[in-house]
Design a protein around this ligand. Structure first.
Ligand SMILES: *[C@@H]1O[C@H](CO)[C@@H](O)[C@H](O)[C@H]1NC(C)=O
Ligand SMILES: *[C@@H]1O[C@H](CO)[C@@H](O)[C@H](O)[C@H]1NC(C)=O
Ligand SMILES: *[C@@H]1O[C@H](CO)[C@@H](O)[C@H](O)[C@H]1NC(C)=O
Ligand SMILES: *[C@@H]1O[C@H](CO)[C@@H](O)[C@H](O)[C@H]1NC(C)=O
Ligand SMILES: *[C@@H]1O[C@H](CO)[C@@H](O)[C@H](O)[C@H]1NC(C)=O
Ligand SMILES: *[C@@H]1O[C@H](CO)[C@@H](O)[C@H](O)[C@H]1NC(C)=O
Ligand SMILES: *[C@@H]1O[C@H](CO)[C@@H](O)[C@H](O)[C@H]1NC(C)=O
Ligand SMILES: *[C@@H]1O[C@H](CO)[C@@H](O)[C@H](O)[C@H]1NC(C)=O
Ligand SMILES: *[C@@H]1O[C@H](CO)[C@@H](O)[C@H](O)[C@H]1NC(C)=O
Ligand SMILES: *[C@@H]1O[C@H](CO)[C@@H](O)[C@H](O)[C@H]1NC(C)=O
Ligand SMILES: *[C@@H]1O[C@H](CO)[C@@H](O)[C@H](O)[C@H]1NC(C)=O
Ligand SMILES: *[C@@H]1O[C@H](CO)[C@@H](O)[C@H](O)[C@H]1NC(C)=O
Ligand SMILES: [Ca+2]
Ligand SMILES: [Ca+2]
Length: 769
C-alpha cells in the first residue's frame, strides 16, 4: 500500500528532477501554453498551420503541405537530429495519454519517440518505423513518473543514408473522462456472493420512500419464496443516500440465482449456500502465491495467464535481489535528511510483492504474514480439522506434510529473516555510529518507479535496502515469534531459526528504541511506511515473545507498556482499527486467543472492542451494516480488520450476536454498499477488475492478465487522490469515492495486507454454515 499526498509529491518530484538529468541537455524552456480551449490537446500547432511556432528542430526544416520536413544526414549520430516542442507541459504520473502523428521518410528507418524529461519516462520511449508512404502512428501510454516539465521529442538519428523526413498532425491528448458516469448498480444492494443459510440476511434499498416498500425474494425458477416490508432507516451518513433495509434472515433454503425485488429495483443475483465462502477462502490465499518474488509462477498452479519467470533473482535485466546494497548516500540524504548507508549486501530474495508495486516492506509483510499465521492458529485453538492443511492450496509445497497456509506464510517469513542486519555492523544514525546488529531494514525496493505493467523479471532498476527501523525490527520479532509457535510441530529447525531471530531482533529494538522510519523516505521508487510511534510495535512484539517463550522478561515489558493499561479504544485503534502502523490489537487478539495467564483479561478487552464496533454497525446513520466511520486509503481492509475483532469475540465467547454482526460486515465488501460494488475480483456480478498493479494491468495492456480471482481492491477513499479519481470523484461522498480504474492507486490498488485481512475473515466465515 503506497501513500501519496499531492503537496509532498510535488516536493519529492522536484528533488527527483534535480537529481536525474535527461539524456539531452535542456535549455531554459517556456512553460506550457494554455491547452487548446475545449479540448485536452497538449500540443500547440501540431498541424504546422502557424509555421514552426511551438517547435524546434535540428536541422531546421520547412513546411510543405501541412507537414514539417527535415533533411537528415546519413548515419547522423544519436540525438543530433530531432524535432521537439519548445515548451514544457505536465505529464501526470499514471494518467493515460494518446500521442498521434503522421510521418513519412524518403528512406525507411526507425525513429525514436520519447518524452526526454528528467527522468526519461520508460512508458514513452519507443520507435516508429517510417516508410515512404505517409503513415499514421498512435501511442497510448501512462507516464511512470510525474513530469512537470515534459517535452515531446522525435529523434531521427541512424538513417542509413541521407533522408527527407516529414511529420504532421501531431496530437497528444490526456484521456478524456468527462463522459464518465459512476455506476451505482441497482438500488437494491446485496452481498453478490450470497448468504449462509443460518446467518443474517440483510439488504439495503436506496429509496426516498419514507414509508414501507414491499419486497419479495425470488428464486432461480422465478418463484417468490418470501415477502415482507422494508424497514425505513433514513440517511446513510457516509453515502448521503436515503435507505431502507430488508431482513430475510429466516430464509434458509439453499440455492443459486436468488434475486430480491422492491419497488422497481431488482438486486444482482446471489446464492444461499453453506459452502459459500469456501472458494474464496482458497482464492484469497492464492493471491499470495501470485505475488511471490524469487520463484517462477507455475502455470499448473496459477493458470497459464499468471505464469511468469522468477522475479528479482538477479537474472538481467534484474539487478536484485540476491546481492542488494544499501541505499546510496545521495538518496539517503533525500530519504532521511542525513547520510546513511552500509558496507554489506544482503540476499533478500523471496517474500511477496507488496501491492501494485514490487517493493518489499517489512512492516507490511509482517502484518500480512501474521494474519495468515493467525488464520492458521485460530483453527488450532478452535479445534477445527484444518481446512488449510497440506494439499489445500495451489502452491508448490502442497505435498510436504506442512499445512499450506504455513508454507505460504513461510515464503514471506524467509524474506523477513533475511532483512536482519548482520552481527557487528555499526551504521550512522542521527550523526553518530550506532550498533545496528540484529535490527531489521525497514524495506527494500527499486530506486525509481517502474511502468505499469512491469513483469518482475524484467524490472531493470537498482534495488536498495533502506535504513533499519525499530518498527521493522519489532515487526520481525512479533511475526517470527508467532511463526516459531506454529512451525514447532512441523519443522523444529525453522521454528528455532525464527525464535532466535526474534530474540535477537527484540533485544536490538530495546537497544535502539527510537530509530523511526520517516515520512520523507518515499517516492524514490517506493512508499514510506513511516511510523513515529513504536510503542504499539513494542506491545505486539512483547506479547508474541511472551506467548511463545513464557519468559518473564517479555511479560514484564508487556505489563509495563502503556498499551497494557490503555483503554479499549486506544488499544484497538477504534474506530479505524488496527493496521500495519497500529499493531497493538494484534498482540491483544493473540493474548486472548492463545492460552496463557492473561487470556481472560485480554478476552474481556476483545469483547469490549467488539461491542464498540457493534455500536458502529447499529448506528442509525449506517445503512450498510459495515464497521467503518471513516474511509481511509484501503478502507476495505479497515472494515475487514474490524470484522476480525468482532469474529474473534464470537470465537472467544460463543455469543452469536458477534457472529451475526461479523457476517453482516462481510456483506459490505461483496456488494452491499452504496455502489453495489463487489471489491473482490471474480466474486459478484459487479466486481472490481481493474486494480492498480504492475502484474495485473490488463486495462493498459492486453498482454497483462486481469487480477486473479480473490484479489481485493483498496476501496472507497474519502481522500482519493490520483489521476482518474481527480477527474471523476470530485466532491464524492466518502462511500462513493471509488473508481475501478487501473491508475486509481488511491482507491483501487491490491495489497498483501488487504488480502490477508480478507483471507482471515473469509476463512473464519467458511467455518460457519
Ligand atoms: C490546424 O489545427 C488548428 C488547431 O487545432 C485548427 O484550428 C486548424 O483548422 C487546423 N488546420 C488544418 C489545415 O487542418
Ligand atoms: C502563431 O505564431 C506566432 C509567432 O510566429 C505567435 O505569436 C502566435 O501567438 C501564434 N498563434 C497561435 C494561435 O498560436
Ligand atoms: C489517434 O489515433 C487513433 C487511431 O487512429 C484514433 O482512434 C484516436 O482517436 C486518435 N486520437 C487523437 C487524440 O487524435
Ligand atoms: C529507452 O529505450 C532504449 C532503447 O530501447 C533503452 O535502451 C533505454 O533503457 C530505455 N530507457 C528507459 C528509461 O526505459
Ligand atoms: C519546471 O517547470 C516549472 C514551471 O512549470 C518551473 O518553475 C521549474 O523551474 C521547472 N523545472 C525544471 C527542472 O526545469
Ligand atoms: C431521491 O431524491 C433525490 C432528491 O430529490 C433525488 O436526487 C434522487 O434521485 C431520489 N432517489 C431515488 C432513489 O429516487
Ligand atoms: C539467496 O537466497 C536464495 C533463497 O534462499 C538461495 O536459493 C540462493 O542460493 C541465495 N543466493 C546466494 C548467492 O546466497
Ligand atoms: C479445544 O479442545 C481443548 C482440549 O480438548 C479444550 O480444552 C478447548 O476448550 C477446546 N476449544 C474449543 C474452542 O472448543
Ligand atoms: C564494515 O563496517 C564494519 C563496522 O560497521 C567494520 O567492522 C567492517 O570491517 C566493515 N567491512 C568492510 C568490508 O569494510
Ligand atoms: C539525535 O541527537 C540529538 C542530539 O545529540 C538528541 O538530542 C536526539 O534525542 C537524538 N534523536 C534520536 C531520535 O536519537
Ligand atoms: C517501565 O517503563 C518506564 C517508563 O515508561 C521505565 O522508566 C521503567 O524502567 C520500566 N520498568 C521496567 C521494569 O521495565
Ligand atoms: C451477547 O453479546 C451482546 C452484545 O454485547 C449482549 O448484548 C448480549 O447480552 C450477549 N448475550 C449473552 C448471552 O451473553
Ligand atoms: Ca504443504
Ligand atoms: Ca506504530
Amino acid at each position: 500500500m503506497l501513500r501519496y499526498s499531492a503537496l509532498v509529491h510535488l516536493a519529492a518530484t522536484c528533488l527527483l528532477v534535480a537529481e536525474a538529468r535527461s539524456v539531452i541537455p535542456l535549455e531554459p524552456r517556456d512553460v506550457s501554453p494554455p491547452p487548446i480551449p475545449g479540448t485536452s490537446q497538449i500540443i500547440t500547432n501540431g498541424n504546422f498551420s502557424n509555421g514552426s511556432y511551438g517547435w524546434e528542430s535540428s536541422p531546421e526544416g520547412q513546411i510543405r503541405n501541412g507537414l514539417y520536413c527535415l533533411s537528415i544526414p546519413a548515419r547522423a549520430p544519436g540525438n543530433s537530429s530531432y524535432l521537439r516542442t519548445t515548451y514544457d507541459f505536465l505529464e501526470t504520473k499514471n494518467d493515460v495519454y494518446t500521442l498521434n502523428f503522421t510521418a513519412r521518410s524518403s528512406i525507411g528507418f526507425d525513429i525514436t519517440v520519447l518524452t526526454p524529461d528528467p527522468p526519461l519516462d520508460p512508458n514513452l520511449n519507443t520507435t516508429a518505423a517510417l516508410t515512404t508512404g505517409l503513415h499514421p502512428f498512435s501511442f497510448t501510454f501512462s507516464p511512470a513518473n510525474q513530469a512537470p516539465n515534459a517535452t515531446l521529442e522525435l529523434v531521427f538519428g541512424g538513417a542509413p543514408a541521407q533522408a527527407e523526413v516529414c511529420i504532421g498532425n501531431v496530437s497528444m491528448k490526456r484521456i478524456d473522462r468527462s463522459t464518465y458516469i459512476q455506476d451505482f448498480g441497482p438500488a437494491l444492494k446485496v452481498n453478490q456472493l450470497g448468504y449462509i443459510p443460518q446467518g443474517p440476511k440483510i439488504a439495503t434499498l436506496v429509496t426516498n420512500n419514507t414509508s414501507v416498500t414491499p419486497w419479495s425474494l425470488v428464486n432461480s425458477a422465478g418463484d417468490t419464496v418470501a415477502q415482507g416490508n422494508t424497514a425505513h432507516q433514513g440517511t446513510d451518513f457516509t453515502s448521503g443516500q436515503q435507505v431502507a433495509t430488508i431482513d430475510f434472515s429466516d430464509v434458509a433454503q439453499e440455492g443459486i440465482g436468488y434475486t430480491l425485488r422492491a419497488g422497481n429495483a431488482v438486486s444482482f443475483p446471489f446464492a444461499i449456500s453453506s459452502t459459500l465462502y469456501e472458494p474464496l477462502r482458497q482464492d484469497s490465499l492464492q493471491f499470495f502465491y501470485q505475488q511471490r518474488s524469487g520463484i517462477a509462477i507455475d502455470a499448473a498452479l496459477a493458470g497459464a495467464e499468471y505464469a511468469r519467470a522468477a522475479g528479482h533473482v538477479q537474472v538481467p535485466p534484474n539487478q536484485g535481489d540476491v546481492n542488494v546494497p544499501c541505499q546510496v548516500v545521495q538518496d539517503s540524504l533525500i530519504a532521511y535528511l542525513e547520510p546513511w548507508t552500509c558496507n554489506y549486501t544482503l540476499n533478500v530474495t523471496q517474500g511477496w510483492y507488496d501491492a501494485g508495486d514490487q517493493g518489499k516492506y517489512v512492516v507490511n509483510g509482517g502484518i500480512s504474514a501474521a494474519q495468515l499465521l493467525m488464520e492458521f492458529e485460530r483453527t488450532r485453538h478452535q479445534n477445527l480439522t484444518n481446512p488449510l492443511g497440506d494439499g489445500s492450496l495451489r502452491v508448490p509445497e502442497r505435498n510436504n506434510a506442512i499445512p499450506d497456509i504455513l508454507d505460504e506464510a513461510r515464503w514471506e517469513l524467509e524474506f523477513l529473516l533475511k532483512m536482519q542486519v548482520p552481527a557487528g555492523s555499526s551504521q550512522l544514525f542521527n550523526g553518530t555510529q550506532v550498533d545496528m546488529s540484529g535490527m531489521v531494514h525497514h524495506k527494500m525496493h527499486d530506486n525509481q518507479w517502474t511502468a505499469l505493467p512491469t513483469d518482475p523479471s524484467k524490472d531493470p532498476k537498482r534495488r536498495e535496502l533502506h535504513r533499519p527501523s525499530t518498527a521493522a525490527t519489532l515487526n520481525l520479532a512479533a511475526a517470527a515469534a508467532m511463526a516459531a509457535r506454529s512451525f514447532k510441530m512441523y519443522d523444529s529447525e525453522f521454528a528455532q531459526q525464527c525464535i532466535q531471530a526474534a530474540t535477537t531482533a527484540y533485544a536490538a529494538a530495546k537497544r535502539n528504541p527510537a530509530i523511526l522510519a520517516p515520512g520523507t523516505d518515499w517516492d524514490l521508487g517506493g512508499g514510506a511506511y513511516s511510523d513515529d510511534d513504536v510503542s504499539d510495535e513494542f506491545y505486539w512484539a512483547s506479547a508474541e515473545m511472551y506467548l511463545t517463550t513464557g519468559q518473564d522478561e517479555y511479560l514484564s515489558d508487556l505489563q509495563n507498556n502503556t498499551y497494557f493499561s490503555a483503554n479499549t479504544s486506544t488499544l484497538f485503534s477504534i474506530p479505524d482499527g488496527f493496521s500495519w502502523g497500529s499493531v497493538a490489537a494484534l498482540g491483544q487478539l493473540d493474548l486472548a486467543m492463545v492460552p496463557n495467564g492473561l487470556s481472560e483479561m485480554a478476552t474481556l478487552s476483545v469483547l469490549d472492542a467488539a461491542d464498540m464496533y457493534l455500536a458502529v454497525q447499529r448506528n442509525s446513520s449506517n445503512g450498510y451494516g459495515h464497521f467503518l466511520v471513516n474511509y481511509p486509503w484501503g478502507s476495505n481492509s479497515n472494515n475487514l480488520n474490524n470484522i476480525q475483532i468482532v469474529a474473534s469475540a464470537y470465537d472467544l465467547s460463543g455469543n452469536t450476536t458477534y457472529r451475526d454482526a461479523a457476517l453482516q460486515g462481510i456483506d459490505y465488501v461483496l456488494g452491499r454498499n452504496a455502489l453495489a460494488q463487489s471489491y473482490v475480483r471474480g466474486y459478484g456480478a459487479k466486481a472490481s477488475s481493474n486494480m492498480h498493479s504492475r502484474l495485473y494491468a490488463h486495462e493498459l495492456d492486453d498482454s497483462a492478465p486481469l487480477p486473479p480471482a480473490g484479489s481485493l481492491a483498496g476501496g472507497a477513499n474519502q481522500d482519493a487522490n490520483d489521476p482518474p479519481a481527480n477527474d471523476v470523484l470530485v466532491g464524492c461522498e466518502p462511500m462513493l469515492c471509488y473508481v475501478d480504474d487501473v491508475n486509481s492507486y488511491s482507491t483501487n490498488e491490491v495489497a498483501i495486507n488487504w488480502n490477508s485481512a480478507l483471507a482471515w475473515v473469509v476463512g473464519w466465515a467458511a467455518d460457519h454454515r
